[in-house]
Design a binder for this molecule. Structure first.
Ligand SMILES: [Zn+2]
Length: 481
């Protein structure tokens, strides 16, 4: 007989190394489904080898009723039960083959005669320019994004070094970027200031918890709400960011959460996700809506029996009107990388400059898909990298058709494409927005010393709002007693 202790243990093999994991207290590891679940739901703890879940028969079962499909053992169930996230076939076959290629309720391929701007955008291979403009008429958008907490570790970089006032877009507006903010150690006073100066603030979860695969495999829809809507609430309360200005999200570690993540996004009203990486592609891909099947393969095929847990788990269902800003990869000699800091670590400053420029040209000289540069602030601690980046920015700024915009500004352009000569009158890219006094960051924030039950210690929260009673956290995002 196996003990509870043993049933909670599981192992992951990544790149030929074995890692130990343990389910949270009270949960067992389900060998077939490869997730932690309540003890009652797990009856396969004694299985020592991973059993192969059989393929469902689907239409081949010749079910008597319309809208029914067959499990692997021939049992007929309503089509809706397949790939809905809960197991209905006793053999588990209804939930075992649920990537975009196998989900019987999956999104259909792009249909460009019915998928029309501004609310729907797709193309067969994802490389088509919105509005079918000629590349020479398309502004080359640069999307700078920064993930994780904003605080004293990176404030100088974000407030002065990266965005000096002389660095402007062709219309004279300051250049802007997108910040995907996670809660722990985040300074909400600084966050409010960045929002006030025209940057976009988006969501990157409250806990940023590990293990990484939790986001793809274990997080329930409730967890997705708690993490992402919770963080939107925190940003709204403590950085005073208007709810309607919180539009985007990025999953921690880019661990896309299959349909569960996107169901939450649709319910809450998020406008876009920016977590899916595209296999290296020349030319690169434009953002698209999830009305139809994604125009690229998900980097990994996790639902096929051999689970590669190092890969992404993309949504299989359609989500009309929801945008994906996919992460095109950078090419650096023989490598490709999605986040700039996941590129090979041994590059010199000169290599970095060449890499930024080479990939810029792959966009600028082809279909001008937005060029995303995705950072964590620590990457800039290498002074050679910082100056290589600054030189790159100065050099491309000389082009009159290069624009540094936020993700939301990019989506607005895609929704209503404008040629270069129309852009001076394109409202979403001007910088005339004035913040009301009540929305403007205070000069001296409240410094709240708060006890955190979770961390069993005090944490500081910087905010222009009133101090809460407890350190805000998941399921208590307003920090109530
Ligand atoms: Zn992160």
């Amino acid at each position: 007989m196996w003990t509870s202790e043993e049933c909670a243990k599981y192992f992951l093999c990544l790149e030929e190394e074995v890692f130990d994991f343990k389910c949270s207290a009270g949960l067992f590891f389900d060998v077939n489904r490869q997730i932690c679940d309540f003890k009652l739901n797990v009856d396969n703890c004694d299985i020592t080898a991973e059993t192969v879940i059989p393929k469902p028969l689907l239409a081949e079962a010749n079910c008597p009723e319309k809208n029914q499909l067959g499990c692997a053992d021939g049992t007929c169930l309503p089509q809706d039960y397949f790939c809905d996230g809960s197991q209905d076939c006793t053999d588990g076959s209804d939930e075992a083959y649920c990537d975009v290629e196998h989900d019987p309720n999956g999104a259909t391929p792009c249909n460009s005669s019915s998928c029309l701007l501004p609310d729907c955008f797709c193309s067969k291979d994802g490389t088509r320019i919105p509005g079918n403009l000629h590349p020479s008429q398309v502004p080359q958008m640069i999307l700078l994004t920064f993930d994780d907490a904003i605080n004293d570790e990176n404030w100088e970089l974000y407030s002065q070094i990266m965005f000096p006032s002389e660095l402007q877009n062709p219309n004279g507006c300051p250049i802007s970027a997108t910040f995907f903010v996670s809660h722990q150690y985040n300074n909400y006073h600084y966050t409010q200031k960045l929002w006030n100066s025209g940057h976009e603030i988006a969501v990157h979860s409250i806990t940023h918890r590990g293990p990484e695969e939790w986001w793809s495999y274990n997080a329930t829809i409730e967890d997705w709400f708690d993490e992402m809507v919770g963080q939107a609430n925190i940003l709204n309360r403590f950085a005073k960011i208007k709810m309607e200005d919180i539009r985007g999200m990025r999953v921690p570690f880019l661990r896309v959460g299959w349909n569960r993540q996107f169901l939450m996004m649709k319910e809450f009203g998020f406008v876009y996700d920016s977590s899916m990486t595209v296999p290296f592609s020349n030319p690169p891909l434009w953002p698209y809506t999830l009305d139809h099947k994604m125009p690229h393969t998900c980097t990994g095929k996790p639902f096929l029996n051999k689970v590669d847990r190092n890969k992404q788990v993309c949504p299989s269902r359609p989500y009309p009107g929801l945008w994906e800003i996919p992460l095109n990869q950078l090419e650096v000699s023989d490598f490709t990388c999605a986040m700039v800091d996941s590129c090979p670590p041994n590059l010199s400053g000169e290599d970095v400059y060449k890499m930024l420029m080479h990939n810029f040209k792959r966009h600028y000289l082809s279909n001008r898909a937005p060029y995303g540069l995705y950072f964590h602030s620590t990457w800039f601690r290498n002074p050679d990298y910082l100056s290589a980046f600054q030189k790159f920015v100065r050099d491309i700024r000389k082009q009159p058709d290069v624009w540094f915009v936020t993700n939301w500004q990019a989506i607005q352009w895609i929704r209503k494409p404008k040629t270069l000569d129309q852009i001076p009158r394109f409202e979403p890219w001007n910088c005339r927005r004035r913040f009301e006094k009540i929305d403007t960051a205070c000069s001296i924030p409240n410094v709240c010393k708060l006890h955190s039950r979770v961390f069993q210690q005090d944490r500081y929260l910087y905010t222009c709002s009133e101090c809460p009673q407890k350190y805000p956290w998941i399921r208590n995002e307003f920090g109530l007693e």
